[in-house]
Design a protein around this ligand. Structure first.
Ligand code: SAH
Length: 232
């Protein structure tokens, strides 16, 4: 069975969007994954299908109602009993390890917030995992959901060709990836590093590891402190 993604949103017209093109789009066509986009407003209250209300305790903006969001979530989970994630700036920052774990699972149900966010009781009542795209505030969870899905889908077996194996990529081994080069051989007076055109595979591997290590050390000291150099 292929990876099943369900997205709960107030703006279903945003999907598949970027997930419908290139690598994720082709994989979608090939049924390597499926995307079920559901409009939270279908569970809205009354004639106007209201989904939000003013925050208890006052303050600016609106909050998504607990009963509405929970009805949408429960219906989605009944159709796709996969891990549920609420996209939220208060969540655990998304990282490759979580993406990789999701890609080997049955799928995911993604709840996209809007307004000032979601009534806390939904998260408590359903024990929902919260995931953040980073330390900034988006207008809604949809772009975060797309980013999570794009990162996850490309790791599903069969989506990337064998020759594009992600094992060397940034974060896969705790390091940032080494710099890449291609034609032309000389560009505005800058040549491709000699070692890369030497044909000496062990020297190339050594150069790439050294580059990965120095990039990680200077750009991401947080990753570097966690990195354990493989014993050679
Ligand atoms: N008032 C909230 C932000 C609400 S933004 C706060 O200060 O925490 C509206 C919605 O956008 C959120 O409910 C969430 O679903 C989504 N969102 C905003 N920033 C995000 C981020 N960094 N990662 C994931 N989702 C985010």
């Amino acid at each position: 069975m292929s990876f099943r993604a369900t997205v709960l949103t107030l703006f279903p017209e945003m999907f598949p969007g970027p997930l419908g093109v290139s690598l994720p789009g082709k994989a979608l066509e090939k049924n390597l994954w499926s995307l079920d986009v559901r409009d939270i407003r279908e569970h809205g209250i009354g004639k106007h299908r209201t989904v939000d209300d003013t925050p208890a305790g006052g303050g600016p903006g609106m909050v998504m109602r607990a009963d509405v969001a929970c009805a949408a979530l429960d219906a989605a989970l009944a159709a796709n009993p996969a891990p549920a994630i609420y996209l939220s700036p208060r969540g655990t920052p998304l990282a490759q390890a979580r993406v990789r774990a999701l890609s080997t699972g049955p799928g995911v149900v993604l709840l996209c917030g809007r307004f000032e966010g979601l009534d806390q009781r939904v998260l408590d009542a359903r024990q929902i995992e919260e995931v953040s795209l980073g330390d900034f505030v988006l207008a809604g969870g949809e772009i975060a959901a797309m980013a999570l899905l794009e990162a996850t889908v490309r790791l599903i077996p069969g989506v990337l060709g064998a020759e594009e194996s992600p094992s060397d990529e940034s974060f896969e081994n705790g390091l940032l990836e080494y710099p890449q080069f291609t034609r032309p051989q000389s560009f505005e007076g800058r040549d491709i590093p000699k070692v890369l055109t030497s044909g000496n595979h062990s020297e190339i591997a050594k150069w790439r590891t050294a580059q990965s290590e120095s990039l990680t050390m200077t750009r991401r000291p947080d990753l570097w402190t966690l990195y354990e150099k493989p014993k050679s």
